[in-house]
Design a protein around this ligand. Sequence first.
Ligand code: ZN
Length: 143
Amino acid sequence: MDEDKGGLYRAVILEHAKNPRNSGRVENPTLQARASNPLCGDELELTASLEGGILADIRFQVRGCAIVTAAASLMSQVVQGQDLEVARVLGRTFAGVMEGEASDLPADLAALEPLVEVKKHRSRIKCALLPWYALADAEGAGG
Ligand code: ZN
């Protein structure tokens, strides 16, 4: 990767970390999960409202590093309005790229490209994947 692109990607991560999209909680969520990454001290809570299998609204409350904050923000934009099962498949695809099992992101995940840089730092991979783990584990919030 050339230097300019690396700098651009870092700027995207910092911008999302500073102004995370879809931050907060969904009122009366139908889907909810918490996830933590003790290695880094990251904690997040995912809340979402599911309408006919579609993620009508998804929000994150994150306490953690810039990477997990940006990862949740970028992910929320990718999966907002998506079918939950499709979103979970996208998460597994992204995990495959971060863990080195696949080399390229599909077009559906192009927005996550800035995070792929992080995979060079093994200890930070979980920061980038934490929101997706939460989505994989999310269950009905009851009621
Ligand atoms: Zn982290």
